[in-house]
Write a protein that binds this ligand. Sequence first.
Ligand code: PAF
Length: 288
Amino acid sequence: MQIVSALPDLRAARASLSGSLGLVPTMGALHAGHMALVTRARNENDCVGASIFVNPSQFGPNEDLSKYPRPLERDLTLLKEAGVDLVWTPSPAEVYPPGFQTWVEVSDVSRPLEGTHRPGHFRGVATVVAKLFNAFTPDRAYFGQKDAQQVIVLAQMRRDLGFPLQMVVCPTVREADGLALSSRNVYLDPQERAAAPILYRALSAARAAYDAGERCGERLRAIMSEILASEPLARVDYVSAADPETLLDVESRADRFLLSMAVCIGRTRLIDNVMLGESDLFPREEQA
Ligand code: PAF
């Protein structure tokens, strides 16, 4: 496995790989969700590349950039064992050199949900992922459904800017009690960890109502909110039953919904989602 930090070294290492390349972009602190992306990339491509970069531009001023976990040696061991060929571990100055002033902004779908609560977040994500696409020139790039809005924003960027690659979206990996795997789960103390599955319980209750025939967006939101309100450690940022194309809340009836939520458990902000009315592969495999 080649490990490089400087961009010219990445380009040289990329050029030495032949056949198709699958890219798994990460911020490190790898868990089984990331490794499922790597496994899928390994199965579908001749070579696999990964990036480990805690991207400062996608963190707000009061977010956890400085304390975000960075277990680099462990991450590299996991990637090597999973058969990754090339890892890029750039410094912030490598990605954002002095004088940097070009940003990628995806307008409409960046605004609701996470966009309302984390202004600038998707501008940072889109910019760094555009740079990763340019640097690796992958044939396929792998993302988790856990970050559903991120997938939708990046799919829009891929279409608008014409990146010649396929985006592949993999299902959310969960603990046995339903908690979606996230690098931020390590922040939860034992009491908070016990409370955290409330997100999936709320999503599952709304899904059960949908399966029983409920099609009203307002009612689905009410079902989720009621369950979240039963957990004293949970503080809700938003609960949404949205149109999966626009990400705007559906007020009346619809057949397809993206149910999503952001909830603070203690000081840890967790997000989760499920799709209703469509297969788990969300929104669809993005064809170049
Ligand atoms: O999902 C993540 O880990 C990050 O947002 C990504 C896509 C690696 C960009 O920094």
